[in-house]
Design a binder for this molecule. Structure first.
Ligand SMILES: NC(=O)c1ccc[n+]([C@@H]2O[C@H](COP(=O)([O-])OP(=O)(O)OC[C@H]3O[C@@H](n4cnc5c(N)ncnc54)[C@H](O)[C@@H]3O)[C@@H](O)[C@H]2O)c1
Length: 482
């Protein structure tokens, strides 16, 4: 009798579960169509590189988007001028966003509550998840709290789909977000649908776009994974479904951890063989079919590569076995100090750095080697100033503590120039104009070889591209000079 009752209860449970699932599934089978027809909208949290570009790509496909950001000027600029606050955005996107704003397909607001309504069926979360070079959850917690408290009270006819595009520590959904949803009394998979689709950076190569780069996605259940793939398939040609959110989440960190180790290994090779041109050697090695070409450098920077090993280490069940990652981080983070000490050892006392951004043509200073270089030069009592056409003098001061200088005229005061970011402005300037502004300069150290084709040696200026023979003055043990 007891067994029979238990079976009936089990049957009722399974039936209610499958009815619930059908209810959710039936509601969403048309989601893509509803987005494309304008019946439903996408809400975007955070309107920086990732959020703004997502909004622009969906809008270009005819999907109505409403984005929110805490910075009023960014929001106003989108609504009035039709542009992101970030330089070169149209260049990276490959299209103009103004017509999309004019046609109301893109709209921005500081009032996030505007995103909580029947019309908005999908939320893309694209806020920062890093602070001072470390994984950082506070903004994510803020956004998730806003979403969860809202959907606790407001029950739309269809459960909203929340897709996290920001990079997360691999276990964050399970350890942070799902418990938060539970605390707010929300059933993930029923009241809300949740998953991740970490964005891959394309801001160093305009031929790799949100459309062409394969996208890895994972939901907390297979139905949600399918739905995310359906929605992101509107803008991305290839969407790859991972087993679940945990698998999708870690892909992003693992792929960048590989790159971080490879880039750092290139630096270690160069330190180990200082008398050889390692840049040339690695270029030749890269002609082998299964080897990429790596370039020694002043160290990695940006949100992705230096942070990835940290995300992987932080989320791992057994971080103690990830010895290569730990050693790689140590070498990488000490590389700017090694570079600064080597320049000091050569006797230079007044340095100009070109580029605050960690790479060319984007306005991202996160973990830029320039920040660590300035710190080290100051520690060594060496004067240093920074130029970056993408940052204001105040922003340069705020990020580095150093004063800014004008390019190219301001270069005249320095006895050595370090080029960190290969910005277009540095590449496109005629040689004679560079030379005219290097009156005191005796030494140039060029991270990515922007000026490697120019005949500085003829004019008494020693020039090195990172990785060439003797680009660093190193001690016999391969460590930095003192
Ligand atoms: N930039 C890249 O190339 C890149 C590539 C891949 C992944 N990512 C990841 O994407 C995420 C976002 O990066 P990004 O480059 O777009 O950052 P970003 O700094 O350019 O933009 C983030 C935006 O979020 C806004 N914001 C901050 N707090 C907010 C809040 N509580 N509510 C709403 N908006 C808020 C900020 O004002 C800013 O405009 C990060 O996790 C990053 O690691 C970035």
């Amino acid at each position: 009798m007891i067994k029979k009752r238990a079976n009936i209860e089990k049957f009722k449970y399974l039936l209610s579960n499958s009815l619930e699932k059908h209810r959710v599934m039936g509601m969403h089978t048309e989601l893509r169509k509803k987005l494309l027809s304008g019946e439903k909208k996408i809400g975007i949290w955070g309107l920086g590189y990732i959020g703004f570009s997502s909004m622009a790509y969906f809008a270009k496909e005819g999907v109505s988007c409403i984005g929110t950001d805490i910075i009023k000027e960014r929001v106003d600029r989108i609504n009035t001028v039709g542009k992101s606050h970030l330089p070169n955005m149209d260049f990276w996107l490959g299209f103009d966003t103004l017509p999309l704003v004019k046609s109301k397909l893109m709209y921005a607001t500081t009032d996030w509550k505007e995103l909580i309504c029947e019309d908005v069926a999908v939320h893309l979360v694209a806020i920062p998840t890093e602070r001072e070079g470390k994984p950082y959850d506070d903004i994510l917690v803020d956004v998730m709290t806003k979403l969860f408290t809202s959907y606790k009270k407001f029950k739309p006819a269809e459960p909203p789909l929340i897709i996290i595009e920001s990079t997360l520590t691999p276990n964050r959904v399970d350890t942070l977000i799902l418990p938060m949803a539970k605390k707010h009394g929300l059933r993930v998979g029923k009241d809300i649908l949740l998953g991740v689709a970490p964005r891959r950076d394309w801001f160093v190569s305009p031929d790799k776009t949100l459309k062409t780069l394969p996208r890895v996605v994972g939901g907390t259940d297979p139905y949600t994974t399918d739905l995310i793939a359906e929605v992101l398939g509107i803008v991305s040609d290839t969407v790859l479904k991972a087993t679940d959110h945990n698998h999708a989440c870690i892909v992003k960190s693992i792929e960048n951890a590989f790159r971080q180790v490879d880039i750092t290994l290139a630096n270690q090779f160069s330190l180990a063989y200082p008398h050889l041109n390692m840049t040339e050697i690695l270029k030749l090695a890269g002609t082998k079919w299964n080897i990429n070409t790596y370039h020694p450098s002043f160290g990695t920077g940006g949100y992705c590569i230096p942070l990835a090993p940290q995300y992987v280490l932080e989320g791992a069940k057994h971080p103690e076995v990830l010895t290569i990652l730990k050693a790689s981080l140590e070498t990488d983070f000490s590389q700017p100090q090694r570079v600064a000490k080597s320049v000091a050892k050569r006797g230079f006392k007044n340095i100009g750095i070109l580029g605050l951004a960690y790479t060319g043509d984007i306005k991202v200073a996160v973990l830029s080697p320039t920040i660590a270089l300035v710190k080290e030069f100051k520690k060594l009592g060496i004067k240093v100033r920074v130029n970056d056409p993408l940052f204001t003098p105040d922003e340069i001061k705020e990020h580095t503590g150093a004063e800014a200088f004008e390019f190219p005229t301001g270069m005249n005061e320095f006895d050595a120039i370090l080029i960190v970011a290969p910005h277009m402005q540095y590449k496109s300037i005629p040689y004679m104009e560079i030379l005219d502004n290097l009156r005191k300069c005796k030494f140039i150290l060029d991270n990515m070889g922007v000026w490697k084709h120019l005949p500085f040696e003829k004019h008494g200026i020693e020039y090195h591209e990172a990785g060439d023979a003797h680009w660093l003055e190193v001690e016999k043990d391969g460590n930095e000079s003192h």
